[in-house]
Design a protein around this ligand. Structure first.
Ligand SMILES: [Zn+2]
Length: 186
């Protein structure tokens, strides 16, 4: 087993994302998260999978869609109720911390003359907030997702970044990293 985080690194913020988008971030396909506000927190954060999922969201690249299908797709989503060992794919968990990821920057969506959006197909031109208000999207730039061997059950919040309970940060600090059984090696 490999440690999820280097020794001494504390992760105390989390970002909640619905499936299947959380899978796409955790697997390294989705390099931006669409939000409605700028983020000045450039650090490693926990990726939290919402309890509800976006069954209408189709992953916009063939490779990501195939990976999601192979992992188990929507019928493979599951809700961990403890930290006990399981052979289920941690990237498909609901209502849990499933990975850590680095926030490395953020920028407002840029749309060119022909309607092309920077960071397409993952980055969107607009973002609909929890209140339904639509505004120009902010692209939160993500890098180096690392998946937890065992998802940590946890409720989430709609905020871009919310503070993790101290005991959950401590669990992350000692967590093992998931090694996919048939990870592509190059
Ligand atoms: Zn962009």
């Amino acid at each position: 087993m490999v440690n999820l985080l280097p020794a001494g690194v504390i992760v105390d913020r989390a970002m909640t994302v619905r499936q299947s988008w959380a899978f796409a971030i955790a697997t390294g396909f989705k390099p931006v998260e669409n939000r409605g506000a700028m983020c000045n927190y450039l650090s490693t954060v926990a990726l939290h999978s919402s309890r509800t999922f976006d069954g209408y969201g189709r992953l916009p690249t063939g490779a990501a869609a195939v990976a999601f299908e192979q992992a188990g797709a929507f019928s493979g989503l599951w809700q961990p109720d403890s930290l006990s060992a399981t052979n289920r794919d941690p990237r498909l968990a609901l209502g849990a911390l499933i990975a850590v990821v680095d926030i490395v920057g953020c920028h407002h969506a840029v749309v060119d003359d022909r309607g092309g959006v920077c960071c397409a197909p993952w980055g969107q031109a607009t973002h609909r907030g929890p209140s339904g208000r639509i505004r120009r999207a902010v692209h939160i730039e993500l890098d180096k997702p690392r998946v937890l061997a065992r998802p940590i059950p946890q409720g989430g919040q709609p905020l871009l970044l919310w503070r993790l309970p101290t005991n959950v940060s401590e669990l992350l600090a000692t967590a093992d990293r998931y090694q996919p059984p048939c990870e592509k090696r190059e």
